[in-house]
Ligand binder design. Structure first.
Ligand code: HT7
Ligand code: ZN
Length: 886
């Protein structure tokens, strides 16, 4: 395969103005008639018409109604000697029922769905399948009326009716020009929850959430989330809903979370269906942000789209930022907002930082790719969102809103670049730091790798001043050995030793400021002098995680304990606790002695005791502070990783917290019981999360001591729970503590929920992700794959078993006998033949093999080589393993 390079971008030689598609839907042979009006792009006066196509059967090509001569070249349909403007008619067939890749037109549970981003439309018809070719679509769907009563496509329904032989049709016209990746159709037996809403301008819209008949009682939360999204985008950014009708449809077979097709969003059922009996608080929260995310794409993605796929973060980074802000604005108070921020940063640090340090590291705006599907990454999404967030920090919230307004005014209806976005934000704020530093700021788009920020503080008693010195650097990444300094906004505060917030007086500035201030770093080394200080302060650096960097500061334990107890910035309070725990973990891991049972010191335990007992703190925040850094995050801090040792140390820390704080856990459990009716709001969800965490620790301690009381109570809670969160937390406590009562509870759980696919996913995932005890998880995973409910073809199910084991359970996956790696390579190969996108995601599981200690390292490399040796791998998986071995 050949690499696609950003620098090779050229505008298309032809534009497509209109597309009329007629589908005769049939699972094994769908006929597609595609009638287009094309015209030459005057800026590209030469070049044949080259249309992309994949797995299509071509029956007819007509140019202005006449049979045309064409040739096939590297899978493309090529036509030469065309007039400047003409009508092109192409007739093809495809086989949706055999489409296991779930790209293009496919069938899921007897319903037709499409997935066209990034390059799926070419599996439906021959087309200029690139995002800068935007056209007006008219779509006619014809199908058997009994089997497919609902026929949907983008835009407005303009006609429908019956046809002979029990068939019927529906015609849809999308009033907006769009690229092919936003095309969608759905046809099947579906029912809808409907709601009419009136926008601020008085216009009425119809909102619909389509699901299978039995699932209507699980659509209320998705609908509420959609309504909140519509209102929020109008209120915060002045962006209204631009369609009469906005539809969401759920499918249980989907490669990703959801897809923002214009006016017809298609969702994985996981991000639509919820009721209190089947969905956890986390599910509710994910549904809210994914519904928001897809809805916000209506502007950031659909109205203004990407010129080429290298600009993917233009829409994805911005839209993640928007969905994060949406969820934050829905929070009732500052504490809930801080919890949301901590959760987002945790994702960035446990998933994106490793990506940025591994073989797949790439800039937020990549320079090349082999398969674009591999670049729907945490770097594009989450780091991209951090880049947008830094822009907001540099121009202020109001300034950012002005920038967004200008961006949409300037580029509505266009396919643009990340440069266009940054320019609009800067132009709307000409006096800002962003405008002043724009070319340097844009290095965030160009340079990969997570910058390191080394900070050092020194107090001068005589001058009553404190100097904060910063040095920034960025490690080499594939293809980028040298990096230029970034613009890094660092939010800083200073605390007295007894935890009081101090005024900030920067040398040479007139007025002292209270609270946090943003220092903007631009040089490799820079220093800031704070004056008027009677004693050495405790610096609170990178408050709110104001930039996606690794901060290195030689805090003493005492300083961290001060920050943990007092910082007005909840993020840095949490961060101080994480640093203390991480410090103990790394010490125990790198120590040559066997792992003891007192990894954490008394001061840390005492601090956690105060956090648990602090009546001023919300339960959700306590739960985050008490959660130890993950095995993946700990491993990232080490040069050489022995995953078993990391696992043993972390398990020892968990047990220590469980036993040392037994009484506090009991109290936390009792104090955080639900009183009224179930609601998934952050406050009550936080209470359930802390109660669930307490149960895990109580069961862990009980298993160690042989006590039967708490496991018994946990089983009872499992049986009596009034909602899935409490029920699942209780089940998790039994499973993760390895108690014998887990087995009957699991059996009962399966029996109750056997007809609820999303709950059965949880059942599989819990077992495949359970802490390893003497190598028991891999045999269990193999057994689970033989369970009648298991299917490799369904991505959610494959993820619930295989990914939960290979990618989310390092302690069980990294085995000294290499059996985990052999299992992984077998599954990658097996999945690759069915669904390359899912296989390539799984293939990322050993990205960090190079960091592993022996014998893991050699065995992991061998497993990757085993995959690479397969001659007929997909482009997707080939790219991942090739980069891993480079
Ligand atoms: N923009 C959507 C991307 C997506 C996707 C990409 C490749 C293969 C399947 C896919 N399904 C959805 C999702 C989003 O970011 O909103
Ligand atoms: Zn998106």
């Amino acid at each position: 395969p050949v690499a696609i390079r950003r620098e090779d971008y050229t505008a298309p030689a032809w534009w497509i103005d209109t597309v009329e598609l007629t589908f005769d839907l049939d699972p094994s042979k769908t006929r597609v008639l595609n009638r287009m009006r094309l015209r030459r792009n005057p800026d590209q006066p030469t070049g044949a018409l080259r249309l992309d196509g994949e797995e299509l059967n071509l029956a007819r090509v007509l140019v202005d109604g006449q049979g045309a001569s064409f040739r096939m070249e590297a899978g493309q349909l090529v036509i030469d000697n065309l007039p400047e403007a003409f009508e092109l008619e192409i007739f093809t067939t495809c086989c949706p029922v055999k489409n296991t890749k779930l790209m293009g037109l496919f069938v899921s549970q007897d319903t037709f769905f499409t997935q066209c981003e990034a390059e799926g439309f070419r599996r439906i018809t021959y087309f200029l399948d690139r995002p800068d070719v935007m056209a007006n679509y008219t779509v006619t769907l014809r199908a058997d009326k009994t089997a497919y009563p609902v026929l949907l496509s983008n835009g407005n329904l303009v006609d429908s009716g019956d046809l002979p032989d029990g068939r019927h049709f529906a015609q849809w016209v999308d009033p907006f020009r769009k690229p092919s990746y936003l095309f969608a159709l759905v046809a099947g037996k579906l029912v809808a929850r409907e709601q009419r809403i009136r926008a601020r301008n008085g216009k009425e819209h119809l909102l619909q959430v389509f699901v299978r008949a039995g699932d209507l009682d699980k659509t209320e939360h998705a609908m509420t989330s959609l309504i909140h999204s519509v209102l929020w985008d109008e209120a915060r950014f002045g962006l209204p809903l631009d369609l009469d009708r906005f539809m969401i449809v759920a499918t249980s077979d989907f490669n990703m979370g959801a897809m923002e097709n214009k006016g017809l969003n298609i969702f994985n059922t996981k991000y639509v269906l919820a009721n209190q009996a089947t969905a956890t608080d986390a599910d509710y929260s994910n549904i809210e942000s994914v519904v928001g995310h897809e809805y916000f794409h209506n502007w950031s993605g659909d109205r203004v789209t990407c010129r080429d796929w290298f600009q993917l973060s233009l829409k994805e980074g911005l839209t993640v930022f928007r969905d994060q802000e949406f969820s934050m604005d829905l929070c009732a108070d500052a504490s809930a907002r801080a919890v949301k921020r901590i959760e987002d940063v945790r994702v960035l640090r446990t998933a994106q930082f490793p990506e940025d340090a591994g073989p797949m590291a790439h800039p937020v705006r990549p320079d090349s790719y082999f398969e674009i599907s591999n670049f729907y990454t945490v770097t594009i999404y989450e780091k991209g969102a951090e880049v947008v967030r830094m822009m907001q920090t540099l121009v202020g919230r109001k300034g950012f809103e002005r920038g967004i307004t200008l961006y949409f005014e300037r580029h509505d209806g266009q396919a643009v670049t990340c440069d266009d976005f940054a320019q609009a934000i800067a132009d709307a704020n000409p006096d800002s730091e962003l405008a002043r530093l724009l070319p340097q700021f844009k290095r965030w788009y160009a340079q990969s790798g997570s910058p390191r920020l080394l900070a050092h503080g020194s107090y001068d008693a005589e001058a009553r001043s404190y100097t904060l010195a910063f040095e920034q650097s960025c490690p080499p990444t594939p293809g980028q050995s040298h990096k230029e300094p970034f613009v890094i906004p660092v939010n800083v505060g200073l605390l007295s030793e007894d935890g009081r917030e101090l005024p900030l007086q920067l040398e040479g500035e007139g007025q002292a400021t209270a609270g946090t201030r943003t220092l903007v770093l631009t040089e490799a080394s820079q220093r800031f002098v704070f004056t008027g200080l009677d004693a050495a302060p405790v610096p609170s650096i990178l408050r709110g995680f104001s930039a996606p960097v690794v901060l290195d500061f030689a805090y003493t334990d005492a300083q961290l304990l001060t920050l943990l107890a007092n910082d007005i910035d909840p993020f840095n309070r949490w961060e101080a606790g994480q640093r203390l725990a991480l410090r103990s973990a790394i010490q125990a891991i790198t120590d040559s002695a066997p792992v003891g049972n007192a990894v954490l010191d008394d001061a840390y335990i005492a601090a956690m005791r105060s956090v648990l007992g602090d009546t001023k703190l919300d339960a959700a925040f306590k739960e985050l502070v008490l959660t130890l850094p993950s095995e993946t995050y700990i491993a990232e801090q080490l040069d050489v990783v022995d995953p078993q040792r990391v696992h043993t140390v972390r398990e020892a820390m968990r047990l220590q917290l469980a036993t040392a704080l037994f009484a506090e856990w009991e109290q936390a459990y009792d104090a955080n019981q639900d009183t009224g009716a179930y609601t998934p709001d952050p406050l009550s969800a936080g209470r359930r999360a802390l109660a669930g965490m307490a149960l895990v620790h109580l069961c862990l301690a009980a298993c160690a001591s042989g006590d039967a009381v708490w496991p018994g109570r946990t089983l009872q809670r499992f049986k009596d729970a009034g909602n899935m969160t409490d029920r699942f937390n209780a089940l998790n406590a039994l499973v993760s503590s390895g108690h014998a009562l887990a087995a009957p509870a699991l059996a009962r759980f399966h029996a109750i929920f056997k007809d609820e696919a999303l709950v059965i996913d949880k059942w599989f995932s819990l077992q495949a992700g359970a802490p390893d005890r003497g190598g028991n998880v891999l045999p269990l995973v193999k057994q689970l794959m033989k369970h009648p409910d298991f299917s490799l073809k369904n991505p959610n199910r494959a993820r619930s078993v295989i990914f939960s084991y290979c990618s989310a359970n390092p302690g069980a996956f990294h085995r000294t006998d290499a059996a985990g790696y052999v299992f992984w390579s077998d599954r990658v190969i097996e999945l690759d033949a069915l669904n390359p996108q899912v296989a390539a995601r799984l293939a990322r599981g050993l990205d960090r093999w190079n960091k592993l200690a022996e014998p893991y390292r050699s065995a992991a490399r061998e497993a990757i080589m085993r995959i690479a040796a397969k001659p007929d791998l997909s482009k997707d998986t080939r790219e991942v393993v090739t980069r891993a071995l480079a």
